[in-house]
Design a protein around this ligand. Structure first.
Ligand code: ADP
Length: 451
C-alpha cells in the first residue's frame, strides 16, 4: 500500500479521497490555490502545499507544481479526482517518470478513450454497438453530408477531442449541417487544439445509462451496475440515480456485458465508466468511456455498499479487487448536484460567502461537500458545492426522502439549485421515471418561477 497520496484536486472530491486514504491508513497531501486556503481539504490532509494563484492553469492544472509538491512532501502516489488533470495522459506520464503512482489508468488507455473517434473504433472492435456514424473523423464536408443524408437527420457533429458537454452540434437538415460542420471544426480546433470531428445519428429521446466498471491488475474486471443520468441540461448532469427506472435484469446483463467487454479490450485497471445511450426501442449504444472516478460514484456506493475510491486506491497499489462478485442491490439511490448557480437566471454561477449552512440528515441521507458556514465559494472553479445522495427501499421512498432532505437543506448567501431540484422531485414525469436526455430542455418552463 502507498505511504502518502497527493490529491491533485480540490472541493468535495479532495475530501472524499482524504476520507478513503484515512480508512486505508494512508497519509495525504492536499494542494491548494490561493483561493482555497480556507478549504476543508486543506484542513483535513496530513500535509498541504500552496501551488499557486487561483486560475486553474496556475494551480490545479500546473503539472510541474503538482509534481514538485509531491516531491517536497514525499508522496508516492497521486490521485487526480475528476476534472482538472484526471484524464490528462501527459500528467499520468509525468507522474510515472517521477516515480509516483498515478491512481488511474495508463497514459495509453487515457489516450485511447479520451479521443472519441478512437474510443468508438475500440468499442466497435470489441463487439460493442456504437451509435451509427462515420467510422472515423471526417474532413470533407461532402463526405460528411453524404453520411448524414444516408442515415437520416437529425445528426450530431462531435469533436473527437470534446468532453464535458462541449464540442457538439446538432443538425436537423442539410443546410444546417453545412453551416454547423464548418463551425464545429473551427470550434473543436480552438477549444481542444484538434479540429477532428465525426458525425453520428442523433437519437431523439435516449436515456443516458452508464455502467461503473472496476478492474485490478490480476485480470479481474467487473461492472458495478448502472446509473441513469438522463436529467441533463446542456449535456450536464443534474440528477443521477440507480437502478435505472426502465432497467430489467436481462437488459442489465446485456449492457453490463458490453461495458465489461469494452473495458477488457484495453485491459483496463482501476475505476471507469462506460457511458451509453439507451434508445426508446431498447437498443443501446456505447458513447464514451470516462477513465476516472465520476462525480456520481456515490450512487453506486450506496446501492451496493461498496467504497469505489478505496477500491481504486487498492487496485492501483496492486491489490486484488476486494469484491470479485457484487452483492445484492439495496433499494434505490438518487443523487442531486447542488450548484451555486441561479436556475432562474439561466443557471448563472453565483459565487460568494455562505452565510448559513444547515445540512439535512437522517437515515439514508449522505452529503458529500466541502462547504460550511462562513465558506466563500470562489468564482474560479466548477460551481458544484455539494452532492446530496439519498437512499430508500423503493424509488418512491427515495424521492420522498430527497424532497424532505432538500426542504431541510438551508444555504444562505449564494443562489443554489436546491429550489429547482425540489420542484424536480415533484414533477410528474420525473416521479414516473419518464425522462430522457432532452426532457428538461423541452420542459424547462415548468421550473421557472412566475414572473
Ligand atoms: P461529453 O464527453 O462532452 O460528456 P458525450 O459524448 O458523453 O459528451 O455526450 C454527452 C451527452 O450528449 C449525452 O449524455 C447525451 O445527452 C448527448 N448525446 C451525445 N451523443 C448523442 C447522440 N448521438 N444522440 C443523442 N444525444 C446525444
Amino acid at each position: 500500500m502507498f505511504r502518502k497520496v497527493l490529491i491533485a484536486n480540490r472541493g468535495e472530491i479532495a475530501l472524499r479521497i482524504i476520507r478513503a486514504c484515512r480508512e486505508l491508513g494512508v497519509q495525504t497531501v492536499a494542494v491548494y490555490s490561493e483561493a482555497d486556503r480556507e478549504s476543508l481539504h486543506v484542513r483535513f490532509a496530513d500535509d498541504d502545499v500552496c501551488i499557486g494563484p487561483p486560475p486553474g492553469r496556475d494551480s490545479y492544472l500546473n503539472i510541474p507544481r503538482l509534481i514538485a509538491a509531491a516531491e517536497i512532501t514525499g508522496a508516492d502516489a497521486v490521485h487526480p479526482g475528476y476534472g482538472f488533470l484526471a484524464e490528462n495522459a501527459e500528467f499520468a506520464e509525468t507522474c510515472a517518470a517521477s516515480s509516483l503512482t498515478f491512481i488511474g489508468p495508463t497514459p495509453e488507455q487515457i489516450r485511447t478513450m479520451g479521443d472519441k473517434a478512437t474510443a468508438r473504433r475500440t468499442a466497435t472492435a470489441a463487439g460493442v454497438p456504437v451509435v451509427p456514424g462515420t467510422p472515423g473523423p471526417v474532413e470533407d464536408p461532402d463526405e460528411a453530408l453524404a453520411f448524414a443524408e444516408r442515415s437520416g437527420f437529425p445528426v450530431i457533429i462531435k469533436a473527437a477531442a470534446g468532453g464535458g458537454g462541449k464540442g457538439m452540434r446538432v443538425a436537423r437538415d442539410a443546410d444546417e449541417f453545412v453551416r454547423n460542420f464548418t463551425l464545429a471544426r473551427q470550434e473543436a480546433l480552438s477549444a481542444f487544439g484538434n479540429g477532428d470531428v465525426y458525425v453520428e445519428k442523433f437519437l431523439l429521446r435516449p436515456r443516458h445509462v452508464e455502467f461503473q466498471v472496476i478492474g485490478d491488475m490480476h485480470g479481474t474486471l467487473i461492472h458495478v451496475g448502472e446509473r441513469d443520468c438522463s436529467v441533463q441540461r446542456r449535456h450536464q448532469k443534474l440528477v443521477e440515480e440507480a437502478p435505472c427506472p426502465v432497467m430489467t435484469p436481462e437488459l442489465r446483463e446485456r449492457m453490463g456485458d458490453a461495458a465489461v467487454k469494452a473495458a477488457k479490450s484495453i485491459n483496463y485497471v482501476g475505476a471507469g465508466t462506460i457511458e451509453m445511450l439507451l434508445d426508446e426501442d431498447g437498443s443501446f449504444y456505447f458513447m464514451e468511456m470516462n477513465t476516472r472516478i465520476q462525480v456520481e460514484h456515490p450512487v453506486t456506493e450506496q446501492l451496493y455498499g461498496v467504497d469505489l475510491v478505496k477500491e481504486q486506491i487498492r487496485v492501483a497499489a496492486g491489490e486484488p479487487l476486494s469484491f470479485p462478485q457484487l452483492g445484492p442491490m439495496r433499494g434505490h439511490v438518487i443523487e442531486v448536484r447542488i450548484n451555486a448557480e441561479d436556475p432562474q437566471r439561466n443557471f448563472q454561477p453565483s459565487p460568494g460567502n455562505i452565510e448559513v449552512f444547515h445540512p439535512p440528515g437522517g437515515p439514508g441521507v449522505r452529503l458529500d461537500t466541502h462547504v460550511y458556514t462562513g465558506y466563500r465559494v470562489p468564482p474560479y472553479y466548477d460551481s458544484m458545492i455539494a452532492k446530496l445522495i439519498v437512499s430508500g427501499n423503493t424509488r418512491r421512498e427515495a424521492i420522498q426522502r430527497m424532497k424532505w432532505a432538500l426542504d431541510q437543506f438551508v444555504i444562505q448567501g449564494p443562489a443554489t439549485t436546491i429550489p429547482f431540484l425540489g420542484k424536480l422531485m415533484n414533477d410528474p414525469d420525473f416521479v414516473a421515471g419518464d425522462v430522457d436526455t432532452k426532457w428538461l430542455e423541452r420542459n424547462f418552463d415548468r421550473f421557472k418561477d412566475p414572473a
